[in-house]
Design a protein around this ligand. Structure first.
Ligand code: TXA
Ligand code: MG
Length: 317
């Protein structure tokens, strides 16, 4: 078995694998990622194939410092201001890319921009620092499926097809990072996540615009592909109760308790709901019911991100 508990030994092993162009799953504070050396084109091609990810969909590059980010991106004053408040943390910035060998063109899908973030995950940061190179890492799920929030999810998806899975328990947040585009004018959100535009404005006085019509507009960030984060079982949203042969995912007070229903947060805590969302969707998906019915989630704060993910998960073309 290639899944090992986080330890000095498994971290050393990870560094050796990455140096040789292999793939290691590491826990970020958001979700689990599939890490590769961002300069290694061969490793990145293997990664895209493994995930069945379209080659036009660029990866996020993970760094342990602004200094490392400056090796391959033009880190503007605004980027510095934002990083000083939110890094390490679940915030990805799209910046202009520098010409450099540190990044393979496959990492950025040939774009002249690059998405960069410093994760707030001890194990992830340690691997970057010890490798002394930026790490490209998409979420560790098959393209289009639900993101993984623990080591078992990664095992379920890829088994021995990745060289190593470092199991560090459950990711703290359970949803992916917020992506903001600092290359667009005005700045805008490319993907909703943990950190909101309002928080960025409050902390830095920098305005980030909403991404209007994000379900129908032309795809810039394929995290915006319509069908995404989807279980195999169809989803029914805003369900007050489950119908016959439906699994049920509830939120807040619910009278429905049976072995095909789960509650994201009986106390109505949106953070807890985010933490449980992908894990519970995976669990209910395994029941092979006709549908997963999901109760409505308040559309405030991180609830907006949850609803956006659910909308995409329920979108069938
Ligand atoms: O929380 C996270 O962000 C996790 C952890 C592992 O860090 N990573 C993650 O990566 O969610 P991934 O590959 O699943 O999603 C990255 C998103 C994709 O939607 C991709 O299209 C977008 O980032 N992206 C990357 N580079 C971009 C660029 N230069 N311009 C626009 N979008 C970009
Ligand atoms: Mg993903």
């Amino acid at each position: 078995m290639n899944k090992e508990k986080e330890s000095k030994k498994s971290i050393e092993l990870a560094i050796n694998i990455l140096k040789k162009g292999g793939i290691v799953s590491i826990m970020a504070e958001t979700v689990y990622g599939l890490a590769v050396d961002s300069s290694n084109s061969k490793a990145i091609k293997t990664l895209f194939k493994l995930k069945n990810r379209p080659s036009y969909n660029p990866l996020i590059v993970h760094v342990d410092s602004i200094e490392m980010a400056e090796k391959f991106s033009y880190f503007t004053d605004d980027a510095k201001k934002i990083a000083s408040k939110f890094w390490p943390g679940p915030l990805t910035m799209i910046l202009e890319k520098k010409k450099t060998k540190v990044l393979s063109d496959f990492t950025t899908a040939g774009l002249n921009t690059v998405a960069v973030r410093m994760p707030d995950s001890k194990v992830f940061l340690e691997v970057i620092t010890k490798l002394n190179k930026p790490i490209a890492a998409p979420s560790a799920n098959e393209s289009g499926y639900i993101s993984p929030t623990n080591g078992i999810h990664v095992m379920d998806s890829f088994g021995d097809k990745v060289d190593l899975i470092i199991d560090s328990g459950r990711s703290k947040h359970g949803l992916e990072s917020t992506i903001i585009n600092l290359k667009s004018k005005p700045y805008k959100v490319e993907r909703l996540g943990i950190i909101t535009r309002e928080e960025i404005k409050k902390e830095t006085n920098i305005k980030i615009n909403k991404n209007i019509n994000n379900l129908t507009r032309k795809i810039i960030s394929p995290g915006q592909l319509k069908k995404h984060y989807s279980p195999k079982t169809p989803i029914r949203l805003n369900a007050k109760k489950p119908l016959k042969n439906e699994a049920y995912l509830s939120f807040g007070k619910s009278k429905i308790t049976n072995n095909s229903s789960l509650n994201l947060s009986p106390n109505g805590d949106l953070k807890e709901a985010a933490f449980n969302l992908f894990d519970f969707l995976r669990k209910l998906d395994k029941l092979n019911k006709a549908r997963i019915a999901i109760s409505s989630i308040p559309d405030i704060g991180i609830g907006k991100t949850i609803n956006e993910r659910l909308k995409r998960a329920s979108h069938y073309e």
